[in-house]
Write a new protein. Structure first.
Length: 332
C-alpha cells in the first residue's frame, strides 16, 4: 500500500532557501526528504534519519528522472543559476532545468510541484531573471503537473546583506551572495558589516520605496506548508512578509537596535540602470543584480498576506524581530 507520508524531493538543496527547507524537514519527522545535489557540491545534509541525498545535475534528465523515481510524492524546486557558481552561466540553463524537472514529475506521477518564483511587477521585461521566471511559470502551468507557484518578495536574508549587514549572513552555511559569482562576492567583501560597524546603509533609489521583505525561514515554511494543502494546488501565490517597510525604515531599525545613528547612502536608479547597461554583455548576472536593485528601488511590492497566513496557520516574522534575532545570534 502506498505510504501517505509525503516523500519530498528538494531541488536546490545546497542553496540558501533549499538548506532552510531541509532544516525544517529535519525536525518534522512526518515528512521524508531527498536532497538533490550536484556531485561536486560541498552540501552538508542536516543530520536526520528522514533525509537522504541523491546526486545528479539538472541538465541531465536521467539523473532527475532517477531521483523522482524514488517514490517521490512532492517536488520542492528552488534551484536556479541566477547567482551562478564558478563555471555556470547566468540563467542559461534554467529553462532546461525546469523542462527536465517537469518531465520527470510527469513520468513518475509526482503529485505536486512547488516552485519559488519572483514577485510580479509591470516591469518584468526589464529584469532578465524575471523574464526567465515567467517562462518557467508558463511551462509549469501548461505541463499538467499539479503545482503551486510562490512569487516571492525580496528576501530579508539577502537584501539586508546587500544593504551592508553582516549579521544576516554570518553563520549561514551556503549564503547565495558568496556562491562564487565574482560581483556578489566583491560587493559582499566591500560592504559586509558596514551597517553594524560604521552605521552605513546602502539604499536602492531614494530609499523610500517600501518592500514586503520576507525572511528565508518563512519562505521555507510556506513552501513546506503547501505540501499538505490541496487548496493551494494549481495556484500562483504572491508571497511577502508581515508588513511592507521602506529601505530607510530598515536602516532605522538597525539604528535603533544597534543604538547607532545610521547614514543612508542612496544608490540612484540612474546609476543602477547605467551599470546594468554597461554589464549587459560582459557580465549578465551583474546586469541582472543591478536591474533588480533598480526595480526594488522604485517599485513597491506589498501583497496582503492575511488570507494565506490564516489558511496555512503560519506566522510571519517582521523585519525588526528578524534583525534583532540575527544581531543577537551573530553577537554584532
Ligand atoms: N533572493 C531573493 O530575494 C529572492 C526572491 C524571490 C525568489 N527568489 C528565488 O529563490 C530561489 C532560491 O534562492 P536561493 O537563495 O536558495 O538560491 P541559491 O542559493 O543561488 O541556490 C541555487 C541552487 O540551485 C542549484 N543548482 C544550480 N545549478 C544546478 C544544476 N545544474 N543542477 C542541480 N542544482 C543546481 C545550486 O546548486 P550548487 O550549490 O551545486 O550550485 C543551489 O543549490 C532562486 O530561484 C531565486 O531566484 C529569490
Amino acid at each position: 500500500m502506498e505510504s501517505m507520508k509525503p516523500n519530498v524531493l528538494v531541488i536546490g538543496a545546497s542553496g540558501q532557501l533549499g538548506g532552510a527547507i531541509l532544516r525544517r524537514i529535519a525536525i518534522d519527522r512526518d515528512i521524508a526528504a531527498t536532497a538533490f545535489v550536484r556531485s561536486d557540491s560541498n552540501f552538508e545534509s542536516p543530520d536526520a534519519v528522514n533525509i537522504s541525498r541523491h546526486t545528479g545535475d539538472l541538465t541531465d534528465f536521467e539523473s532527475v528522472n532517477a531521483a523522482c523515481g524514488k517514490n517521490i510524492s512532492h517536488v520542492i524546486a528552488t534551484a536556479s543559476s541566477i547567482v551562478p557558481r564558478k563555471g555556470d552561466s547566468f540563467g542559461a540553463d534554467d529553462l532546461l532545468f525546469y523542462e527536465n524537472i517537469i518531465r520527470a514529475c510527469r513520468e513518475n506521477h509526482v503529485r505536486h510541484l512547488i516552485y519559488i518564483s519572483a514577485f510580479p511587477s509591470p516591469f518584468d521585461d526589464q529584469v532578465p531573471e524575471f523574464v526567465i521566471k515567467r517562462q518557467i511559470e508558463q511551462m509549469i502551468v501548461a505541463s499538467g503537473v499539479p503545482y503551486t507557484i510562490f512569487r516571492g518578495a525580496a528576501f530579508m536574508d539577502i537584501y539586508f546583506a546587500v544593504m551592508g549587514s553582516r549579521a544576516v549572513i554570518q553563520g549561514v552555511g551556503h549564503p547565495t551572495l558568496l556562491r562564487g559569482y565574482w560581483l556578489s562576492r566583491l560587493w559582499s567583501s566591500l560592504t559586509s558589516g558596514i551597517l553594524e560597524k560604521y552605521g552605513i546603509a546602502l539604499v536602492p533609489g531614494n530609499g523610500k520605496t517600501r518592500q514586503s521583505f520576507i525572511c528565508i525561514d518563512d519562505v521555507a515554511n510556506c513552501m513546506l506548508a503547501a505540501v499538505n494543502q490541496p487548496t493551494l494546488i494549481n495556484q500562483i501565490i504572491d508571497l511577502g512578509g508581515l508588513q511592507a517597510v521602506s529601505w530607510r525604515e530598515v536602516a532605522d531599525l538597525y539604528g535603533h537596535l544597534l543604538n547607532k545613528r545610521v547614514i543612508k547612502i542612496p544608490l540612484p536608479i540612474w546609476l543602477l540602470k547605467s551599470l546594468e547597461m554597461l554589464m549587459r554583455k560582459s557580465t549578465p548576472a551583474g546586469a541582472n543584480m543591478m536591474s533588480i536593485l533598480a526595480l526594488l528601488g522604485h517599485y513597491e511590492f506589498a501583497p496582503d498576506m492575511s488570507q494565506l497566513t490564516n489558511q496555512l496557520q503560519i506566522e510571519l516574522s517582521d523585519s525588526r524581530s528578524f534583525i534583532a534575532r540575527k544581531l543577537t545570534e551573530s553577537k554584532l
